[in-house]
Design a protein around this ligand. Structure first.
Ligand code: MLT
Length: 274
């Protein structure tokens, strides 16, 4: 099976992605903050058995350079569109977890003709409240002064579910590593992008492609009631709640997430080739 690293240069940065498989349908996996594309490791091979999978590192995060405009979710969406321009398919299945979901909403607004289906994982449509914006600024300041080690403990506590914290040291370690490997400048830019992102709630009723909403039962950042309301607002959306998982479901409950994604993809019967 094809499994390779590809890169694209755009807006002052070299961006990297993993590309796997050779299927007619292309699935794009957008990771959250402050993570990288390795958060899709458990899904990559399983999905690539039947599809082409493109998993980029968002600008400034993972192995992708910062370049220009990383503090704006629109730049991240334009990066995704640049990746799509290299694909041989006209439309893709766009999957985003948390910040990846915020970027997916922006891709929907900018290039919905490229989106055949959406998967919104542990994410929410609303913009930041005033308090959330203040918290972004404080976290930014803590990172500026002390680097990622200054925020790793509270972030781990917030993103992981209680089951993972109690019983999955390997997952805790993977998430800790992703956070500590994040470049502070990239993290600060991502915080700016999330703080300034627009409200996507008005877009939900107009989403007219098959949509799966997936949420960890123990997700305290984008909790199940938020996912339920979002799924209700998107015509025909399916909601799947993943037991014993927090905000990083792809790692916390890998088999259940892979199964939910495969079931959704099987039900689409898509051929997105030109
Ligand atoms: C993420 O996982 O991308 C972040 O937790 C999202 C957020 O802080 O709003």
């Amino acid at each position: 099976m094809r499994l390779e690293t590809q890169s694209v240069t755009r807006a002052g940065a070299n961006l990297e992605a993993t590309v796997a498989g050779d299927g007619a349908v292309t699935v794009v996996l957008l990771h959250g903050y402050p993570f990288d594309r390795t958060m899709w490791d458990p899904q990559l091979r399983a999905l690539a058995a039947r599809t082409t999978v493109l998993a980029p590192d968002l600008r400034g995060l993972g192995s992708s350079e910062l370049g220009d405009g990383a503090g704006d979710v629109r730049t991240h969406a334009d990066d995704v569109v640049a990746w799509l321009a290299r694909e041989s398919t006209s439309r893709v299945v766009l999957m985003g977890l948390s910040m990846g979901g915020y970027v997916a909403f922006e891709v929907w607004r900018r290039a919905r003709e490229r989106v055949a289906a959406l998967v919104l994982i542990d994410t929410k449509p609303t913009d930041d409240s005033a308090d959330a914006k203040k918290a972004r600024v404080s976290q930014r300041e803590a990172i500026r002064e002390g680097g990622m080690s200054a925020v790793v403990a509270p972030l781990l506590d917030a993103v992981l579910g209680s089951t993972t914290k109690a019983s999955r040291p390997d997952v805790v370690e993977h998430v800790r590593r992703m956070i500590l490997h994040t470049k502070p400048a990239g993290a600060m830019a991502a915080l700016d992008a999330m703080r300034t992102r627009p409200d996507s709630t008005p877009d939900l009723a107009g989403i007219d492609v098959p949509t799966l909403v997936l949420v960890g039962e123990e997700d305290g950042i984008t909790p199940p009631n938020v996912a339920r309301d979002m799924a209700h607002a998107i015509p025909g959306a399916t909601l799947v709640t993943i037991p014993a998982a927090g905000h990083v479901t792809s790692l916390e409950a890998p088999e259940l997430v892979t199964r939910a994604l495969r079931t959704f993809l099987d039900g689409l019967a898509l051929d997105t080739r030109h």
